[in-house]
Design a binder for this molecule. Sequence first.
Ligand code: ASP
Length: 443
Amino acid sequence: MRTVTVKFGGSSLADAEQFRKVKSILSADPARCFVVVSAPGKRFKEDIKVTDLLIACWDKARAGESFDAELKTVEARFSDIAEGLNVPFDISTEISVMRTALLAMPYRDYALSRGEYICAKLMSAYLSLPFVDPARTIRFTPDGAWDEEATLHSLPKALEGLSGAVIAGFYGSRPDGSIQTFSRGGSDVTGAIVARATNSELYENWTDVSGLLAADPRVVEAAETVDAISYRELRILSYMGASVLHTDAVKPLRACGIPINIRNTNRPDDPGTLIVPHLPEEHDRRSVTGVAGRKGLSVVQVEKTMVSDGAGFTAVLLDIFKAHRVPFEQCLTGIDTISIVIRSDLFAPKREVILEAIRRTLRPDTLQVRDRLSMITVVGENASDDDNMTVRLLLAAAEEGVSISTINQGAGRLNLILGVNECDYERTICALYREIKKSGKTR
Ligand code: ASP
């Protein structure tokens, strides 16, 4: 029998109406049997997510202040849903257990996890499916990393023999039994873990958009939805700022290659975006998947005559950044020049010490820093060499009058990264997107 794991995000669970949509999505395909839920999200723009209310509870609890008002709001969110669905659900007992626990010990991850915990129990009552608590089945190591081996040992056992279940997203536990959450948005990761543990043929991630867009819609009006993208392309676009799925959600699926389908709860007929281990061959000539970017970068430029004739200069330079725990984004080398691109916010507090260490250790001819830089990447795993896509993209930026400060392109696959001044960021993205569209090259 086909098994599909489905995960619903906060906006898909914001009120009773959204819960009804979830039920109808599940009834449309009986294979959708393992259901992972987030905590209820915003119902309207100014609304507050349940997880944020819980953070406020914890904040007040640890300061020794009353958090009754916030807790009441959380209670009201859940009881509105239960009443709207006509599901008998004892929310006040759940809230009072949480209140007592927080008063005894204001423990952050416990507080945060209660949104998913209560939501999953409510959903399980509504769907008449068993509730599975990840506190006993999704494991973390003592230092807080997800423990793949222990989880894949205990989760399949807990789900064995069940033809369906509702599992709370976002958390698990450490070996001492204490609750540990993933980072924000982490129910996406739980969904992936459940898909793996149940050997699902597909992991559907239901949200409030019809998939990944080929460009940031705040920058490019009417950006198209991407129909298919590889794991690797998604990783690059997510790293550069595209946000449709938690960046760690692909990790549990890599070994088994389960595809992920991003779907829209409010438009269930839209096909969404399919995220696959490798793109099928027929996508070969339709090569560009998307464009994304980031602001807030600095570049440290080091120049020293004859340095390219020797070995080890770059290693020493990178060691200086490593010693000060500043990760680099890119390292671009030319003849006798090296440029290190780094995040300005990480660089700022250590700027003077790092520059002093470079001067002292490497004695460069020139040492310069440029700030307010942005990086824009165009990704297309199947871009073919004769496409001349890179040239056309560079021309498009040039025609827009943008001056490009850095260019980085990996060999083979298209992963072009351009560095431009922050003030040129938006118009560069628009120009690149127009060029991609003109060539009919988005998927
Ligand atoms: N509720 C958590 C958050 O708001 C986790 C999630 O929704 O995935 O970050």
